[in-house]
Design a binder for this molecule. Structure first.
Ligand code: ZN
Length: 490
């Protein structure tokens, strides 16, 4: 059937989305309860669905619809954004040959298994050949998508449409000295005490379950489960699930994870499905991370939130002040996922500079571990003892996700500016948080971010929400205020 209208195109996109939701549900099951013996079946199921989805993009109907609808010259912003988004989707699918797709899939599978074996052994040399192959294929793919653009820009664009390496480099160029100056200043203060308390996981889970409803996560359209690595996933228009990982001896880790994933899920639950699937989608991973990190850091690490949440744990020794202080301990270490809020962005900076150099051909794979260790010494003052806790720690490169890391810092930057705009618009913000009332915050984000979907790219969404802001300065100001206070330097 030929698609003659935006409704036709959106109906086709909805069918593709339904299939992608099924793939996501299979992935959720794999991480939450699938028997280990089923992994071969699961791989075949996902492979089959992926081939069907690929066919629905590349059978010529979407391309024909784009030509037809573009020729109508509609200036409706939703139509314009739909065409732009779907054109981007299509370029990534039709310009990449089936042969390259197959070689990429097999290179990803071998790089991933090589990484699984190499990581515990700290044996980068055994991983290097498959990483080199995967990197070459990703470059080939980027050039196929856009021969006129630098491959690294195309890779970033796949995760964060509207952002390129020069934007990211400019932000890090100012973030680095700002963060290093803050770390230097904190050395003159008194580090806050660690929480140092344990609580049975079942008791924590009850608190978290109650928190979900308070934050406005719709449990009729979602659920909370446990998994090794916390994640959120959209498996239907009205089914956005989250997982968390609770530790008896580390309350803060579980609390941060749950709030973070709720932030992701509120975004997905709030997308404007009535506008059609061409724009009823998130505006990139940076925007997604801004939502999770806004809730985790701006709200979750505020004094007001600590006053609200501390009593809910039912332990009189867990006071709001104690909880707040423990959330503001800074300690540079080698591992990104256990980094504190201040040094976290320096971990991302190291990865951004190294992958830009790798993709740009300025750094050889064989020299990567040495460059990694040098960068950690220079940027974080950390001595990396081995490749297990160094260059092999993250799965991203092994999974072929070059250009993904900047999203994490973009999320922190957008979140900082959104927080400034929100505080300006909602003068009673912190009084509400202390009372456990989050409706005003959620509604503010819903109107300015969630309901926009991908009608604009992320940098424009933030600008429309809060006006032109210096995101780097907003982030540095927020960190400096909270951390200097926690270190007794305010
Ligand atoms: Zn996240």
């Amino acid at each position: 059937m030929t698609m003659r209208s935006f409704d036709d195109l959106n109906a086709h996109l909805r069918e593709i989305r339904r299939l992608n939701d099924v793939v996501a549900l299979l992935g959720w099951d794999q991480q939450t309860g699938m028997p280990s013996g089923a992994s071969e079946d699961r791989g075949a199921q996902v492979g089959l669905l992926s081939r069907i989805i690929h066919g629905m993009w590349t059978d010529g109907r979407v391309a024909e619809a784009l030509d037809h609808l573009s020729a109508q010259g509609s200036t409706d912003p939703v139509h314009v954004a739909t065409l732009r988004n779907v054109r981007r989707d299509l370029a990534r699918r039709v310009r990449v040959t089936a042969d390259l797709v197959e070689r990429l899939a097999s290179a990803e599978a071998s790089a991933f298994s090589a990484w699984i074996a190499a990581k515990p052994a700290g044996d980068f040399a055994s991983f290097a050949p498959s990483l080199a192959t995967l990197l070459d294929l990703r470059k080939e793919e980027a050039l196929a998508v856009d021969a006129d653009r630098s491959p690294y820009d195309t890779m970033i664009d796949a995760h964060d449409p509207g952002v390129d390496a020069a934007n990211v480099a400019a932000m890090f160029g100012r973030l680095r000295p700002g963060l290093m100056a803050l770390l230097e200043a904190l050395k003159g203060g008194t580090p806050p005490a660690a929480l140092g308390m344990t609580m049975p996981v079942a008791e924590q889970r009850a608190v978290h379950q109650g928190l979900l409803g308070a934050l406005g996560y719709d449990l009729a359209r979602g659920r909370l489960d446990a998994s090794e690595h916390p994640f959120s996933t959209s498996v239907g228009l009205d089914d956005v699930r989250i997982t968390t990982h609770l530790y008896e001896e580390d309350l803060l880790h579980g609390l941060g994870s749950t709030i973070h994933e709720v932030g992701h899920a509120l975004y997905e639950q709030g997308l404007p499905n009535h506008l059609g699937d061409g724009v009823a989608r998130h505006a990139g991973m940076g925007m997604h991370e801004s939502q999770s990190r806004f809730w985790e850091n701006t709200i979750g690490r505020s004094r007001a939130f600590c006053r609200f949440v501390a009593p809910r744990f039912g332990n009189p020794t867990l006071t709001a002040d104690r909880l707040w202080a423990a959330q503001h301990r800074v300690s540079a270490g080698p591992i990104r996922v256990s980094a504190d809020e201040v040094t976290y962005n320096l971990h991302i900076l190291v990865r951004f500079e190294l992958e830009a150099a790798l993709v740009g051909g300025r750094l050889a794979i064989a020299d990567l571990p040495g460059a990694w260790n040098d960068a950690y010494r220079a940027t974080l003052g950390v001595h990396v003892r081995n490749d297990t806790e160094g260059v092999l720690q993250d799965v991203h490169w092994a999974a072929g996700a070059f250009g993904y890391f900047p999203s994490y810092t973009l999320g922190n930057l957008y979140a900082a500016s959104l927080a400034v705009g929100m505080a300006r618009d909602l003068p009673t913000l912190w009084q509400e948080v202390e009372k456990g009332q989050f409706d005003g915050i959620r509604e503010w984000l819903h109107q300015r971010v969630h309901q926009v979907g991908h009608a604009m790219d992320a940098p424009d969404i933030v600008k429309a929400a809060v006006g032109p802001r210096d995101h780097v300065q907003d982030l540095l100001d927020a960190l400096s205020e909270r951390y200097k206070a926690a270190y007794g330097l305010a």
